[in-house]
Design a protein around this ligand. Structure first.
Ligand SMILES: O=P(O)(O)OC[C@@H](O)[C@@H](O)c1c[nH]c2ccccc12
Length: 260
């Protein structure tokens, strides 16, 4: 799909609304049993922890790795010491599939994140039934609608999920804090322009609260970038670098740098 410059988020939200309208209601089951991401990150603070992503393509890069066996990829991530596996389920822009999440969740014992643009409770029920233990809520998807953001956040928590709340700037970080989010992501990629800057993560560290967990997302490729964010952040979310690597073990190990 062609996306006009600066209009990505708008385009995907329109597409998402259509997708959700056609999505069947599922009777929601129990959340898969694994450790809590929050607890794991609170107790594993010596090294920067890695959330490793299964992503075949993206709107900014096009195809990243479409031939890959995602279940094998996820198992390699787990074996290499990832704290969680993130699985893209958006079919149109990321060549994802809810079935990837199901297959991967069945094959690993660590937490799995449903990486999608979640705007409706139906998607949360579907995530649980596909084995996710964490969902993503992107503050930018709820332009000025804190009520909707809170409704979905509370709904997910009430069902036993953990929620990664994604922010990009100070106003969004303030909204995540107001929500009471405990696991907060800072995306280095601007979802409107696709511009990536690690400075974005670094600028927000001064506003972090000691009781929360913070994840720096996107644009992290190796030790150099990992070290830049290692002091302020508990973990990083890495997709492209791992999907393009022919040695997942060494690529992931290189990212788990010491923290002070
Ligand atoms: O491939 P990268 O640059 O390592 O980025 C991973 C992850 O942060 C990125 O996929 C992402 C962050 N937030 C998102 C929201 C939707 C879709 C994708 C994303």
């Amino acid at each position: 799909m062609n996306i006009e410059q600066g209009k990505f988020l708008e385009t995907i939200l329109a597409q998402k609304a259509q997708e959700v309208a056609e999505m069947p209601n599922e009777e929601v089951g129990k959340v898969r049993k694994t450790y809590k991401l929050y607890d794991f990150l609170r107790t594993h603070t010596d090294q920067l922890q890695v959330i490793a992503e299964c992503k075949k393509a993206s709107p900014s890069l096009g195809d990243i790795n479409t031939e890959v066996d995602l279940v094998a990829q996820a198992k390699s991530y787990e074996k290499a010491g990832a704290a969680m596996i993130s699985v893209l389920t958006d079919p149109v822009f990321f060549k994802g599939d809810i079935e990837y999440l199901r297959e991967i969740s069945n094959a690993v014992s660590i937490p799995t994140l449903n990486k999608d643009f979640i705007i409706d409770k139906k998607q949360i029920d579907r995530a649980i039934n596909a084995g996710a233990t964490v969902i993503l809520l992107i503050v930018a998807c709820f332009a000025n609608d804190d009520e909707k953001l809170r409704e979905l956040y509370d709904y997910a928590i009430s069902l036993g999920l953990e929620v990664l709340v994604e922010t990009h700037n100070k106003p969004e970080l303030d909204r995540a804090h107001a929500l009471g989010a405990k696991i907060i992501g800072v995306n280095n990629r601007n979802l409107k322009t696709f511009e990536v800057s690690l400075q974005n993560s670094l600028d927000l560290v001064q506003f972090f609260k000691p009781e929360n967990i913070y994840i720096s997302e996107s644009g992290i490729f190796g030790t150099a970038e990992a070290e830049l964010v290692a002091d302020g952040f508990n973990g990083i979310l890495v997709g492209t670098a791992l999907m393009q690597s022919d040695n997942v073990l060494s690529a992931l190990t290189e990212l788990k740098v010491e923290r002070r």
